[in-house]
Design a binder for this molecule. Structure first.
Ligand SMILES: *Cc1c(COP(=O)(O)O)cnc(C)c1O
Length: 430
């Protein structure tokens, strides 16, 4: 195996750092979690990425989730091209927005009305605002290790202990902004019960990644989501499922369809934009009708419901409507997960594997991962070795242990088997 040459990427990264903080427009892209220089991308096609030095990689990041059909899916690209020719933005309503809203509503019966925004962050920020406006309460409960975008009041992980007052994770977030945020351990229903029985009347909403994907993939334990639904109902708290990553990913109808739970509000993003910047939040009619111009909760957007983005989203969802797609994704992802698991077992590498549909994760730890504290026990140095070993062999995984592996319809058995073979080889270097 010869080391890949990334001369042009290295030059680009040096140049980028002069004009862009850290050289990137979103922090994980900088390879901080694994070291080394990020590769700069020239193009994507199917399950492959090509960098500016001409190296080709099998891509398991898929733009961090949106590209469930792979890069440059011809039917989606054709629709986007047609839409662009009609102009890129009007700032006035279109029928496309109705169509995408209807598709979301059909997929998720808990969503009676939906508002389009431009990112997942905007969706969670707005959902929390409407939850607070509707309930006339201020407190928000989130869970350690769950990421909901870079919303000020959600940028806390909380310290030890179930009821520790929030301290912001980021400078620039005033203490006052997070004083209403409570962060609890994921998968711990007793902690939720305890806080809600004490402070239920102050709590506007509980926001949760129903399947967590931003501390690696962590699966909700039996009864956990049902428990959240029950407790929130009892205390008049809005339950928000953040399905920005999982919506149309783990199943067409998201986690809520798999577990048969109706949250009050749902946030979406990633896949519904078909690779363009889209987010959405929706849910019960009476809650959504507290948004301006019907209600008093203000939320707006110059480019919200953008015709090109709506077109991409519609094209994506129409293709995904075919249940065969999820069946095939399940089979491929199972093949990859089983292969990775076998490599670890054969090479005696301590690892804990999680998977739901086409989202999966290999944590390099000898303990089950059920929450953020157990996820953090993973050997991130070993992950860095895994990452670079795979990259050198032409396989692009997320540059952090705490991210999901995303399989797309464009991944074939050939690429998956090659991935497993490469991992076998890399495991020898551990
Ligand atoms: C990606 C993500 C977000 C943020 O979405 P952006 O489009 O990056 O702002 C929010 N919640 C979850 C669960 C996500 O995975």
């Amino acid at each position: 195996m010869s080391k890949i040459i990334t001369e042009k990427s290295q030059k680009a990264f040096a140049e980028a750092q002069n004009v862009i903080p850290g050289g990137v427009n979103s922090p994980v892209r900088a390879f901080g979690g694994v070291g080394g220089t990020p590769i700069f991308i020239k193009s994507g096609s199917g399950c492959y990425l090509t960098d500016i030095d001409g190296n080709k990689y099998v891509d398991y990041v898929g733009s961090w989730g949106p590209l469930i059909l792979g890069h440059a899916e011809p039917r989606v690209i054709k629709k986007i091209n047609e839409a662009v020719a009609n102009g890129t933005s009007y700032g006035a309503p279109t029928e496309l927005e109705i169509k995408l809203a209807q598709l979301v509503k059909e997929a998720m019966p808990s969503v009676e009305k939906v508002r389009m925004v431009n990112s997942g962050t905007e969706a969670t920020m707005s959902a929390i605002r409407v939850a607070r406006g509707y309930t006339k309460r201020d407190a928000v409960v989130k869970f350690d290790g769950c990421y909901h975008g870079h919303v000020d009041s959600l940028l806390i992980q909380a310290g030890s202990g179930a009821t520790t007052l929030g301290t912001p994770t980021s400078p620039g977030v005033p203490q006052d902004f997070v004083k209403h945020t409570i962060s609890l351990p994921y998968n711990d229903i007793d902690a939720v019960n305890e806080v809600c029985s004490r402070r239920g009347k102050e709590i506007a909403c509980i926001i949760v990644e129903a399947v967590a994907g931003n501390m690696g993939v962590v699966i909700p334990q039996k009864g956990y989501l049902e428990g959240l639904r029950e407790i929130t109902k009892k205390h008049g708290i809005i339950l928000i499922f953040d399905e920005v990553m999982t919506g149309f990913r783990v199943a067409y109808g998201g986690v809520q369809s798999l577990y048969n739970i109706k949250p009050d509000l749902t946030t979406l993003g990633k896949i519904i934009g078909g690779g363009l910047p889209v987010g959405a939040y929706g849910g019960r009619k009476e809650i959504m009708d507290s948004i301006s111009p019907v209600g008093a909760v203000y939320q707006a957007g110059t480019l919200s419901g953008n015709p090109v983005a709506m077109t991409a989203g519609i094209a994506m969802l129409e293709i995904l409507k075919d249940a065969k797609i999820y069946k095939s994704l399940e089979e491929k992802s199972q093949r990859l997960a089983a292969g990775m698991e076998k490599v670890c077992k054969d090479a005696k590498i301590p690892a804990y594997h999680t998977r739901i549909g086409s989202m999966l994760c290999t944590f390099f730890t000898d303990q089950p991962v059920t929450d953020y504290s157990t996820a953090k026990k993973s050997d991130t140095k070993r992950y860095a070795k895994f990452f670079h070993g795979m990259l050198e062999r032409g396989f692009y995984f997320a540059p952090s242990q705490f991210e999901a592996v995303f399989v797309s319809t464009a991944h074939g058995e050939k690429e998956i088997d090659a991935t497993i073979e490469a991992f076998k080889d890399v495991a020898k270097t551990f």
